[in-house]
Design a protein around this ligand. Structure first.
Ligand code: HEC
Ligand code: HEC
Length: 193
């Protein structure tokens, strides 16, 4: 019941985005609220806080809707989403999508682990949803260059059920059978793309 309600509400909000053009400049202004944690130009320098730069518009919008509805829980994001309107969500989605995605900031210190991660990603068909370059599309997150420890955290959150995510909880199903070794390798590989 709760999921059905959240779904209906979210569809209403996101459909609105086609009726009104999103305003990137207004999104940039609103994003001043986000910089302290998510970094300048959406590139996070803080452990366990994801970079937002270059994320697909709809992915960012959905996550904000999930935080606001309580279906995704985080103590730091909770007070933020209480301060933003549907219009802000549309503008923020457009603004972060307009920024250059993160680049792997450090050279790969463990190419062996990356090779294992690439094999796991191929075996688990991660690219079939996340795209061949892992930049994401629509409601599917970009993963390339994301912070390594955050990728580990996100996979653990799906695996434990702490986070169910959209798209019919596709990620919960993907993450459930992953071993710790695979999670470590996948995160290392994706963070260094
Ligand atoms: C006080 C710190 C803080 C502030 C300020 C903040 N965030 Fe966050 N945000 C976080 C943390 C921590 C997470 C990771 C939550 C988790 O692990 O599930 C997050 C996650 C997110 C996500 C999910 C990204 C993903 O890859 O899954 C989005 C989208 C997001 N924040 C948008 C925003 C926007 C937009 C603003 C400003 C309007 C903002 N945040 C302000 C701490 C913050
Ligand atoms: C069936 C499609 C599908 C497949 C296959 C898939 N994903 Fe996802 N993934 C998604 C969707 C949709 C989301 C956004 C979910 C949400 O709303 O939380 C996502 C989100 C994620 C996130 C969270 C990113 C963030 O910024 O919060 C990570 C990490 C991730 N996927 C890793 C993987 C890995 C690693 C694989 C392969 C083992 C994989 N995914 C396979 C659809 C998929």
């Amino acid at each position: 019941m709760r999921i059905a309600l959240v779904g209906a509400l979210s569809v209403a909000i996101l459909c609105g985005s086609f009726a009104h053009a999103a305003d990137v400049a207004a999104g940039k202004e609103k994003a001043e609220l986000c910089t302290g944690c998510h970094g300048e130009a959406g590139i996070s320098q803080i452990e366990n806080i994801p970079s937002l730069a270059g994320q697909p518009d709809l992915f960012t919008q959905w996550q904000l809707v999930f935080f606001r509805s309580g279906s995704r829980k985080n103590e730091q994001m909770q007070p933020i989403v209480e301060q933003i309107s549907n219009e802000d969500i549309r503008n923020l989605g457009a603004y972060f999508a307009s920024l250059a995605p993160p680049k792997a900031s450090k050279p790969d210190d463990n190419p062996d682990l990356s090779r294992k991660g690439a094999e796991a990603a191929a075996g688990r068909r991660c690219a079939s949803c996340h795209t061949d370059t892992y930049v994401g599309t629509k409601a599917v997150a970009g993963l390339a260059g994301q912070r390594e420890e955050y990728l580990v955290k996100a996979l653990h959150d799906y695996k434990s059920g702490q986070r169910s995510g959209g798209a019919g909880a596709a990620m919960a199903e993907v993450a459930y059978p992953l071993s710790e070794e695979e999670i470590t390798a996948l995160a290392h590989y994706l963070a260094h793309l």
